[in-house]
Design a protein around this ligand. Structure first.
Ligand SMILES: Cc1cc2nc3c(=O)[nH]c(=O)nc-3n(C[C@H](O)[C@H](O)[C@H](O)COP(=O)(O)O)c2cc1C
Length: 169
């Protein structure tokens, strides 16, 4: 019998069930990154990336308001989204951890917008921050895509709280 929840109060679905059901939606994994006012790179692992519009080319990422990276994101004029390759699981773990200097020892460069681009990423989008919207405990950052590049490879996948790989099919 599938688990379900009836809306019984204004608070909405129970958080644990909400997380579990959202986890049933398989996604890629990305590192969203900005150059802060301090001139340093800041980034975090996200799977909230969504492509939104073709004309104009818009994408979004959602960043938790409690995330340390939220501050640099809120003041940055540009951000990059680095789609991770299946070989970059450790990068995903690093950018989702409390690692104090996440870019240390990594191979990366500033893109044309100044946003940090990770070498080896499956694809990269460079965006101008177009809108910021409060959304509960997250902020939605809508980006106007100014630059993009893609290379062959296989994506890192996140499903049901675990990293996965595409099988050979
Ligand atoms: C697969 C995966 C996807 C994640 N997606 C998001 C996301 O979309 N938005 C977000 O705010 N945090 C997301 N997180 C959690 C952040 O990466 C994590 O909280 C990170 O430590 C925040 O770093 P900061 O506090 O230094 O900014 C995700 C974590 C994982 C492992």
């Amino acid at each position: 019998m599938p688990e379900r929840s009836l809306l019984q109060d204004a608070a909405g679905v129970a958080p644990a069930l909400f997380r579990r059901v959202c986890g049933a939606f398989a996604t890629g994994v990305a590192v969203a990154a900005v150059t802060g006012r301090d001139g340093k790179p800041h980034g975090l692992t996200v799977n909230s990336f969504t492509s939104v519009s073709l004309h104009p080319p818009l994408v979004l990422v959602c960043v938790g308001r409690k995330a340390a990276t939220h501050g640099p994101f809120s003041t940055a004029a540009h951000f990059a989204v680095n789609f991770l390759d299946e070989s970059q699981r450790e990068l995903s773990e690093r950018f989702a951890s409390s690692h104090p200097r996440r870019f240390e020892g990594l191979s990366w460069q500033a893109g044309e917008t100044g946003a940090p681009l990770l070498d080896g990423a499956l694809g990269v989008l460079e965006c101008e921050t177009w809108r910021r919207m409060d959304a509960g405990d997250h902020t939605i950052f809508l980006g106007f895509v100014k630059g993009a590049r893609v290379r062959g490879g296989r994506p890192l996948i996140y499903f049901s709280g675990q990293y996965r790989r595409l099988d050979g099919a």
